[in-house]
Design a binder for this molecule. Structure first.
Ligand SMILES: Nc1ncnc2c1ncn2[C@@H]1O[C@H](COP(=O)(O)OP(=O)(O)OP(=O)(O)O)[C@@H](O)[C@H]1O
Length: 237
């Protein structure tokens, strides 16, 4: 399962975003995507889901349907009249998943994302961080093969951020799916990314994979050393 980008060119009027870009996203991985504001990260998501079409070049899907690629946006809105449980059940209902399966899936996600106590609340009664957790959980209900996450932890405090990061790793590990995560947070890119990609010079550039011990890395000196190097690379863009 992979998404293969070949010789892709994408321009908004006179603003060239991607030029002769090649890249391959494989399955069973977390990719993190770094790059300055306005460089084209969200545009890349739209090209991957087929929402936008390149002027030339191709995006090929190998053993994956476009419907199996889902995006969770920065400001995902959940319908104001739905409770958290109903919001999580909605994509399953639309896809005619049985009631029994829907119930167990929703229950599992509520537990995993620490939303059990909020199950019957509506969005107006939730904080920004809680809404963000609901949006991520909702993105996972249909078990997408590729989940594209646009700044999934941007409105969370450090503790909540770390909790969500660990949930994402756990989810990816369990499902063997692929996540592509846009972030402006260097530590997050280093912590989550099995592959770190910089969007630069109208291309996607893979940078050295983190090689530090993945266990307990938040406490590891080598993790911080890696982040310092990564920060330098990003600043040079
Ligand atoms: N529909 C559009 N029409 C014209 N220009 C656009 C359109 N959407 C985005 N752009 C421009 O294209 C460039 C890339 O936008 P994009 O949203 O992909 O950047 P980004 O890297 O995701 O930014 P950020 O990190 O700030 O979210 C920006 O300069 C933006 O202003």
């Amino acid at each position: 399962m992979s998404i293969i980008i070949k010789n892709l060119n994408f321009i908004y009027e006179k603003n060239q975003i991607f030029q002769n870009t090649d890249f391959q996203f494989d399955d069973n991985k977390i990719y993190t995507l770094l790059g300055p504001s306005g460089i084209g990260k969200s545009t890349l998501f739209d090209l991957l889901t087929g929402f936008k079409k390149p002027q030339s070049g191709t995006v090929d899907y190998q053993n994956v349907q476009r419907s199996e690629i889902l995006t969770v946006f920065q400001n995902n809105q959940i319908f104001p009249w739905l409770t958290v449980s109903e919001a999580l059940a909605l994509p399953l209902k639309i896809n005619k998943v049985s009631k029994g399966q829907t119930g167990s899936r929703v229950k599992r996600l509520l537990k995993q994302f620490g939303l059990e106590a909020l199950a019957h609340k509506r969005p107006h009664a939730l904080s920004g961080g809680q809404l963000q957790r609901v949006a991520i959980a909702q993105g996972l209900t249909l078990d997408p093969k590729f989940l594209l996450l646009d700044e999934p932890t941007s409105s969370l405090d450090q503790e909540a951020k770390e909790e969500i990061q660990d949930r994402l790793i756990e989810e990816q590990h369990t499902r063997k799916s692929t996540m592509i995560i846009i972030t402006h947070d260097i530590e997050e890119a280093a912590y989550l990314g099995q592959e770190i990609i910089l969007v630069t010079n109208q291309r996607l550039q893979k940078i050295a994979n983190p090689t530090f011990n993945k266990n307990n890395r938040r406490q590891a000196l080598e993790f911080y050393e890696f982040c310092i190097q990564l920060r330098k690379q990003v600043r040079q863009l």
